[in-house]
Design a protein around this ligand. Structure first.
Ligand SMILES: Cc1cc2nc3c(=O)[nH]c(=O)nc-3n(C[C@H](O)[C@H](O)[C@H](O)COP(=O)(O)O)c2cc1C
Length: 156
């Protein structure tokens, strides 16, 4: 099964998670971005603002990727302001018609209060159909690589 792992990352955690999953599934991997520098405090505040105001519309996948050539896509995205980040949601909106039948969401987050599963599943409205699976992985004080390995093994 030909698999593509996509990720957005600001501080490389989601990248690490998706690289681990891609290694286990022997998948291709690519980064998506809105092209904005979101490093440092300024970048953090800009990300909060963009999320709350819903100003992110431009997003692209880096490299020469033909989504239609894959059987499944796993989309890695961090939580920003209590929900999957606006860049990930913009990606789904933009590419939903080109996405293969099987789409999975891999969402990383820091806090231990919620697993954000309701909001993660709500992204199916953007996709226009049910996703094939979802996982929510806490990255702070947690072995997130082990959790992502456990999830990836369910897809081998
Ligand atoms: C703007 C912003 C808002 C965030 N909001 C939340 C939040 O509401 N809940 C949470 O658990 N983590 C939140 N986080 C933390 C990230 O989801 C978490 O650290 C994630 O693993 C970062 O992934 P990355 O290193 O790939 O960017 C936020 C991070 C940023 C930058």
């Amino acid at each position: 099964m030909k698999t593509l792992c996509l990720y957005y990352t600001r501080t490389n955690t989601t990248k690490e998670v998706m690289e681990n999953i891609a290694g286990i599934l022997d998948a291709d991997i690519a980064e998506y971005t809105d092209g904005r520098d979101r490093s440092g405090v300024k970048g953090y505040l800009g990300a909060c603002f963009a999320t709350v105001k819903n100003t992110i519309s431009k997003v692209h996948i880096k490299g020469d990727i033909n989504l239609k050539s894959y059987d499944r896509v796993l989309i890695g995205m961090p939580v920003w302001v209590e929900g999957p980040c606006a860049i990930g949601r913009a990606l789904i909106r933009k590419y939903r018609k080109k996405m293969p039948t099987e789409v999975y969401y891999v969402v990383t987050h820091m806090g231990d209060k919620h697993d954000y599963m309701d909001k993660i599943k709500a992204m199916d409205e953007l996709l226009g159909r049910p996703s094939a699976g979802q996982v929510s992985i806490r990255t702070k004080d947690n072995d997130y690589i082990r959790e992502s390995t456990k999830f990836a093994k369910t897809l081998v």
